[in-house]
Every structure is written in structure tokens, then in C-alpha cells.
Write a protein that binds this ligand. Structure first.
Ligand SMILES: O=C(O)[C@@H](CO)OP(=O)(O)O
Length: 206
């Protein structure tokens, strides 16, 4: 039985382009982001991957990426669930601030700690550890059972909610996760074993 799980980070958003901390704020995709979502759909089509179920966050950039991707794949009717559990990490008081300006104000080390450390939250926001704590129950209770039942699943989410998920899938640790970066719009195709560990991983980068 195939146990297929595809992860995709949403296409470029307006605030990715402007280099602004986004978190739970809700900017739309840029034209490039729209194109990235369509290209992701085409890559999956070329790879012969189809889906039975789709999961995304309740933020526009992810929902729109999912819709564009499924349309391009020729599968607009795949049942799609939205959950805040898959939302981006909440950047708290940093949300809406320019990342380069934040570096000028607080220095590169502090900003890097806020952006990539495992357990230091930005002021008023979530650490990656906090994000893991809300993503994993949803994964274990809702997404993984479907994959293990043989349903082909796609998840379109965010840089940090996907990093949380990939800690489990790729066996990353609080020490190794900080250097892991995810590009926008590139599908990552996992095949899982029946014990829910990873059998194979393929990055569909073109
Ligand atoms: O601003 C954000 O919400 C995220 C993703 O764009 O940024 P970072 O890569 O700094 O975690």
C-alpha cells in the first residue's frame, strides 16, 4: 500500500517579498507566489502524484496556494480541510515589522534567535517548540491516520509549521532544526512505512 504525504510551503506572499514578519497576519500571494503554486501543481502532475485528501491552514496564502495547485493538477474537487493548527508560527509583537529594521533595532543575534531557535519565543509570540505542540496533535490525530489508511495526502502550510512537522519526519532535533530552511512552492514527497516513519523522501524541485 502507498502511504503518500506531500508537504508544500505556500508560494511567495506580499510580505515575504517585502521582508516583513508575517506569522498570523494574512497577506495574499504575489504574482510570483501564484506562479509558484501553479508550478508546484504541474510538478506533481508530471510526477504522477494525485491526492485523496488535502489539509491547509486558515491563512489566505496557504489556502490560495492549495486551490491553485489542485486546479493545475486537474483535481479541484479533492476534499480540503482548514485548521489553525497548521497556521504559521505566531510572531507576536514582531508581526508586521520589517526583518532588516528588526536587525537594526535588536541586532542580528537576537533576531536570529527569535527566528530560528527552538524554544525562545519572540515577544508575545510562539517559539518553534510551541508551534510543534499544536501541529503534532493535529498531525497524529487527523493527518497521519489518513496516510496510514492509504489515502494520498497533501499539506500546504507555512515555513515554521512545516519545520515543526519535518522535525518528526526527518528526525531533526532542537540542535539540528535551526539550520533547516524551506523554499516556497517546492513539493516534498514522502512515502511512509506502516510504522509511520519515512520510507523515502523526494524534493520535486524541477
Ligand atoms: O514571517 C514569517 O511568518 C516567517 C515565514 O515567512 O518568517 P521566518 O522565515 O523569519 O520564520
Amino acid at each position: 500500500m502507498d502511504r503518500i504525504l506531500v508537504l508544500v510551503r505556500h508560494g511567495q506572499s506580499e510580505w515575504n517579498l517585502k521582508n516583513i514578519f508575517t506569522g498570523w497576519k494574512d497577506p495574499d500571494l504575489t504574482d510570483l507566489g501564484v506562479e509558484e503554486a501553479r508550478i508546484a501543481g504541474r510538478r506533481l502532475k508530471t510526477a504522477g502524484v494525485g491526492f485523496d485528501l488535502a489539509f491547509t491552514s486558515n491563512l489566505l496564502r496557504a489556502k490560495r496556494t492549495m486551490r491553485l495547485l489542485l486546479d493545475e493538477l486537474g483535481a479541484p474537487d479533492v476534499p480540503t480541510a482548514n485548521s489553525v493548527a497548521l497556521n504559521e508560527r505566531d510572531y507576536g509583537d514582531l508581526s508586521g515589522l520589517n526583518k532588516a529594521e528588526a536587525v537594526k533595532t535588536w541586532g542580528p543575534e537576537q533576531v536570529h534567535i527569535w527566528r530560528r531557535s527552538y524554544d525562545v519565543p519572540p515577544p508575545g509570540g510562539e517559539s518553534l517548540k510551541d508551534t510543534v505542540a499544536r501541529v503534532l496533535p493535529y498531525y497524529c490525530q487527523t493527518i497521519l491516520p489518513a496516510v496510514l489508511d492509504g489515502r494520498r495526502v497533501i499539506v500546504v502550510a507555512h515555513g515554521n509549521s512545516l519545520r515543526a512537522l519535518m522535525m518528526v519526519l526527518d528526525k531533526l532535533t532542537p540542535e539540528t532544526i535551526p539550520s533547516m530552511e524551506l523554499a516556497t512552492g517546492i513539493p516534498i514527497l514522502y512515502r511512509l512505512k506502516s510504522d509511520s516513519t519515512v520510507d523515502s523522501k523526494e524534493v520535486l524541485a524541477g
